[in-house]
Design a protein around this ligand. Structure first.
Ligand SMILES: Cc1cc2nc3c(=O)[nH]c(=O)nc-3n(C[C@H](O)[C@H](O)[C@H](O)COP(=O)(O)OP(=O)(O)OC[C@H]3O[C@@H](n4cnc5c(N)ncnc54)[C@H](O)[C@@H]3O)c2cc1C
Length: 414
């Protein structure tokens, strides 16, 4: 099977890439070992966060770090037995998280975050899925007034260079926005511009369907069989060998498995995360996604119920699942709004693919002709899928990229 481009990995990043290339008239084979959108992209919080160019930095407050060290806070958890494996990533992440590092990453993020809504709109329109993009934004809610005041001051500083709009809600404003939230919440910051989804998997599947309607092929295969040929690249699939002059690696957390044996340094770390759905009590509803900022988890109105998503778990990618954070946050969620029991007995787990400088990897592979990279989107793979797809789509087809791709190149780690 001969294509113009092979895309390896059918998460939201790879599927958006395949759709973008198909819309540019390329014949594309999308190689996936499971089902599109079935891994990390299945269960995220569904936010398309146009405001989030300032990265999530490694905390530096000694008291907080001490609490993390004893696994006392719901927003972060780590596996003691994996400490030596995750330490090199954490050290580099810590070093990049000084103010200078944060500002550098935020500046590099700005062009792609600025495009994230428009590019999802473009792809969703092509997929007949525009109605899946819920407008209205999301709310960062606070229980502690002092924390809220400090956060408002920091937010003003952080977003000033980027012209991001937000609104401060007092207790009354919060109650007007979310009447079913209890009075433990004293106020919040509302970001009105971002979008959200009520089923992230469904958006990936809609993009996959649109891709197929344009003649794209989704092939069941193992990306690890990738081989360099004289004329480009080939992969073994259940349907036969697929070949193309160009190949995009969009394997999310599994990208290093393929690239390290090819001679690349890929210092990826993993922030694992969990979700569970809760049934709301009676007619209780949530209008928008809400972050419980003092505890560190999201509550999101989703098709299957109120989705609670956890913060980060630092562990080896493939270590056994330990959804203790879900158990820790559930009582706080119940305090926030009237909830019945869990929808699923077992929480879902996904793995955020994170680079230590808090910036994704996109662009030409430094050492191989026709090999392209699109992974490492950490907390924002859904957010950036469309904007990343467009940038790489333009580069692969030889069009002028809408922004300078240099900051995202893997060459920065070689
Ligand atoms: C709890 C949680 C909440 C989150 N909330 C948000 C949010 O609100 N907004 C946001 O923007 N982001 C969010 N994220 C992050 C986001 O989900 C990820 O950044 C994104 O899903 C990564 O997408 P991806 O396509 O790169 O990876 P994946 O979705 O993991 O896709 C990679 C694909 O590659 C396939 N694959 C792997 N190995 C092989 C192989 N050998 N052969 C063939 N196929 C292979 C996998 O099966 C998979 O389908 C959240 C993440 C978590 C865990």
């Amino acid at each position: 099977m001969q294509f113009d481009v092979l895309v390896l990995g059918g998460g939201i990043v790879g599927t958006a890439q395949a759709l973008d290339l198909a819309l540019r008239g390329k014949s594309v084979g999308l190689i996936e070992r499971g089902t599109p959108g079935g891994a990390t992209s299945f269960g995220n919080a569904g936010l398309i966060q146009s405001e989030a160019m300032m990265p999530y930095a490694f905390p530096r407050d000694p008291l907080l770090l001490l609490q993390y060290a004893f696994n006392l806070k719901p927003e972060a958890h780590y596996h003691l037995k994996d400490v030596f494996k995750v330490a090199p990533f954490l050290y580099r992440y810590f070093r990049s998280s000084n103010r200078e590092g944060q500002l550098k990453t935020a500046a590099a993020n700005f062009p792609i975050f600025s495009r994230c809504l428009a590019e999802h709109e473009r792809l969703a329109k092509a997929a007949g899925a525009s109605a899946m993009l819920r407008h209205g934004g999301w709310i960062k809610a606070f229980r502690d007034a002092k924390h809220m005041d400090a956060d408002i001051r920091q937010t003003a500083i952080d977003v000033a260079p980027f012209g991001v709009q937000y609104e401060v809600l007092d207790r009354k404003g919060m109650q007007a926005a979310e009447p079913n939230l209890s009075d433990v919440i004293v106020g919040g910051i509302k970001w009105s511009t971002p979008y959200s989804l009520n089923d992230p998997e469904a958006l990936t599947l809609a993009y996959a369907k649109a891709f197929e309607a344009l003649g794209g092929k989704i092939l069941n295969g193992n990306a690890m069989t990738l081989a360099q040929e004289q004329a480009g690249w080939s992969v073994k699939t259940v349907e036969g060998v697929a070949s193309a002059p160009d190949c995009v690696v969009a394997l999310g957390p599994w990208a290093p498995d393929l690239l390290r044996p090819m001679g690349y340094k890929v210092p990826m770390g993993y922030k694992r995360g969990y979700h569970v759905h809760m049934r709301p009590k009676g007619n209780a509803t949530l209008n928008l996604p809400v972050l419980d900022a003092d505890v560190g988890y999201m509550m999101v109105p989703m098709a299957r119920g109120i989705r609670l998503t956890s913060g980060a778990e630092f562990a080896d990618r493939d270590s056994p699942e330990t959804p203790v954070q879900i158990d820790m946050i559930e009582p706080y969620a119940r305090e926030m709004m009237p909830l019945e029991g869990r929808v699923e007995a077992k929480p879902w787990m996904g793995v955020r693919p994170c680079m230590p400088d808090m910036l994704c990897v996109m662009g030409k592979a430094p050492k191989h002709k026709g090999l392209w990279l699109n992974f490492g989107h950490a907390h924002h793979g859904l957010t950036l899928a469309g904007a990343s797809a467009r940038l790489l789509g333009e580069m692969i087809t030889g069009e002028a990229p809408y922004t300078d791709p240099t900051p995202y190149n893997l060459a920065r780690f070689q």
